[in-house]
Structures are given as structure tokens and as C-alpha cells.
Design a protein around this ligand. Structure first.
Ligand code: SF4
Length: 333
């Protein structure tokens, strides 16, 4: 029997090449080996969102990108977290077995408090409990994570371990699957690629938009003139060539070091290769857009399939916890 993968992703709208190389490609690859559950975690997003104005559009655009990139709704369950309300139930039940001290020690909680001192809401503290409920509700055994997510997953393992020891075995302890894909630096060459830093390229961008973005990218600061020898190892344009122009990286590195190629020409090559790589994606995306209601149908079907699993888990949890369920009232006497 195939193991189940669970992965949640905040609704961030149109995906950029950092999302694509760091997460979406991984989601696609996992589908052939595991039963995958991919969840748009809209409730998690509320812990940091200033406004929910663009939430619906962000969910649509992100899922559209996932589907166009190759996440297959026949193979994987794709749904929105809040469409399966049992996750909120399990979150509450897990919160009763999670010592507060565990949550207050989580490094990302402390970071978030610094980042948004005006909005230190309960959801920020309870984030790892909700994340555990997300995984455990679907009995996720494998969770693709980056290194920075490892403490959260360890906490999830501790919570389910505690539940299992208090009430009897229900949940497998989720195992981390570290992604092989590195985090992608943005066009500023300093920060991780992110829309909030405006240093990104959307995977749905047109060739012209890609070219404009790449042309504005930072390169090796030592190359002030074309005749200056370059250092490709410190240049983010070169790093992106590794992903999009792999067959020519040796040649580009050598030409850069020998000052035989200028940064403008080097960027033109990169823009063309990004554009060519993403061309099939853009075509599939356009085809899906023309299929009215397709994304909604995928999400509705995903929520139905997810809810079947979720209801089974909640029933099992309540039985183990010996909660008095409505269905048992007749036996109460
Ligand atoms: Fe970077 Fe290319 Fe310029 Fe070298 S030639 S510094 S690799 S952009």
C-alpha cells in the first residue's frame, strides 16, 4: 500500500519560479510514488493576513498554476483547508493534549511576534497544533518539508505521540521528507524569492515580462564594465542558469570569468531559456482558463474525497477519547 503524503501551502496567488522549483515540482514528482493530499491552507493564512480581500483570487490563481504545472487531480487530492471543517475539530482536541510550553518555544512563533507585534493572535501560538491536525486528519505519513520546517514537524510528531499514548493508537508519526530543491534566491540576489520582496518572476509571466524582470536582476557587483572578469559563483543570474540553461552553464561560467560575455547578453540567454521552459506551462494554463469552472470542480471533488477520510478519522478519535457521541445517546439509558 502506498504511503500518504500531506502538504499544505498558503494561498499565495500566482506562483513564482521559486515556488515552482522549490515546491510545485516536488509535488508533481511525489504523485507517482505516494497518495498525495495537497491542501491550500487558508485558515493558516489568517494568522498573518492583514486583509482577506484577495483570498479567493489567490486560491484560484495558485491552484490554476498547480494544475497547469502538472499536479494531477486524478492522482492527488487537491482541496481548500476550510472546506473540510473536521480539521478545526481535531485542532481543538489536539490543543487539549499540547502543553503550552511546547508552543511558546517554537522559534517561528518568536519570529512572528517580532514581525507583527501589533497582531500576536492565538492562531500564531496554535499554528503547530493546527498543522498537526492538518497532517493527522488525513493520517499523513510523509510530509515534504524544508529544513526550516523541521522543528514544526518534530512538534507534530510529539503531539500525535502524546495523543496515541493517552488514548490509544490512532495516528502514524509523520516523517519528514526533505526536499532536494534548494530555496531560490530572488532577483535581488539577497533575499529568498518572494512576492513580498518583489524580487520574483511569475511562472505565468509572458516572455516580455520575464525579459523585463531578468534584465533588472542583480549580478556580480565586481563586473562594473564588460571587460571586468566575473565570478559566476556569486551571481544569482548564473544560479538561475543552473535551473533553466543546464546544458550551457559550463560555457557561461567560463565566458563570464574570461569577460567574453557581458551581463546583458547573459541575461538575454536566461530570459529566453526561462521563457522557453515555461512555454508548455503557459499553454496548459491558458487551456485550463478557457475551461470554465474547472478549478472549482477540482476543489469541490478534492474536498469531497478529503472529507471522507476526515470523517473516518474524527469518528475513530472520538471513540478512542470515549467522548459521548450523539450516535451513542440511545445506549446512555
Ligand atoms: Fe552573472 Fe552572467 Fe554577468 Fe557573469 S556574465 S556576472 S554569470 S550575469
Amino acid at each position: 500500500m502506498r504511503k500518504r503524503v500531506f502538504s499544505g501551502f498558503r494561498p499565495t496567488g500566482r506562483q513564482h519560479i521559486g515556488n515552482y522549483l522549490g515546491a510545485v515540482q516536488n509535488f508533481i514528482a511525489l504523485q507517482d510514488e505516494y497518495d498525495c493530499v495537497y491542501c491550500v491552507v487558508d485558515i493558516h493564512a489568517l494568522t498573518t493576513l492583514e486583509s482577506t480581500e484577495s483570498l479567493r483570487e489567490d486560491i484560484y490563481e495558485m491552484v490554476l498554476d498547480w494544475l497547469a504545472a502538472g499536479i494531477d487531480p486524478q492522482k492527488s487530492i487537491i482541496f481548500v483547508q476550510s472546506h473540510v471543517p473536521q480539521v478545526e475539530e481535531l485542532h481543538t482536541l489536539f490543543s487539549m493534549v499540547t502543553p503550552l510550553g511546547w508552543l511558546l518555544r517554537v522559534p517561528t512563533f518568536k519570529e512572528k511576534v517580532k514581525m507583527q507585534p501589533h497582531n500576536v493572535n492565538y492562531g500564531l501560538v496554535g499554528y503547530p497544533v493546527l498543522m498537526t491536525a492538518d497532517i493527522a486528519l488525513y493520517k499523513g505519513e510523509v510530509v515534504p518539508v524544508g529544513e526550516d520546517q523541521l522543528p514544526h514537524l518534530e512538534l507534530a510528531r510529539e503531539i500525535v505521540r502524546r495523543f496515541n499514548s493517552l488514548f490509544g493508537f490512532v495516528f502514524p508519526e509523520p516523517q519528514a521528507k526533505l526536499t532536494n530543491f534548494p530555496s531560490v534566491l530572488g532577483l535581488d540576489g539577497v533575499q529568498k524569492m518572494s512576492k513580498s520582496y518583489n524580487n520574483h518572476i511569475e511562472i505565468a509571466a509572458s516572455p516580455r515580462e520575464i525579459s523585463e524582470r531578468v534584465m533588472a536582476a542583480f549580478t556580480d557587483p565586481a563586473r562594473r564594465y564588460r571587460s571586468d572578469p566575473g565570478h559566476p559563483e556569486v551571481c544569482n543570474v548564473f544560479r538561475l542558469h543552473n535551473f533553466f540553461t543546464p546544458a550551457r552553464v559550463e560555457e557561461i561560467a567560463s565566458e563570464c570569468r574570461g569577460a567574453h560575455i557581458g551581463c546583458v547578453d547573459c541575461k538575454k540567454i536566461l530570459a529566453e531559456s526561462i521563457s522557453a521552459n515555461l512555454e508548455p506551462f503557459r499553454e496548459r494554463r491558458a487551456a485550463l482558463v478557457s475551461e470554465s469552472g474547472y478549478v472549482a470542480q477540482v476543489l469541490a471533488d478534492g474536498a469531497n474525497r478529503a472529507e471522507v477520510i476526515a470523517k473516518g478519522t474524527i469518528k475513530e478519535v472520538k471513540e478512542k477519547m470515549k467522548l459521548l457521541q450523539r450516535a451513542d445517546l440511545e445506549q446512555l439509558g
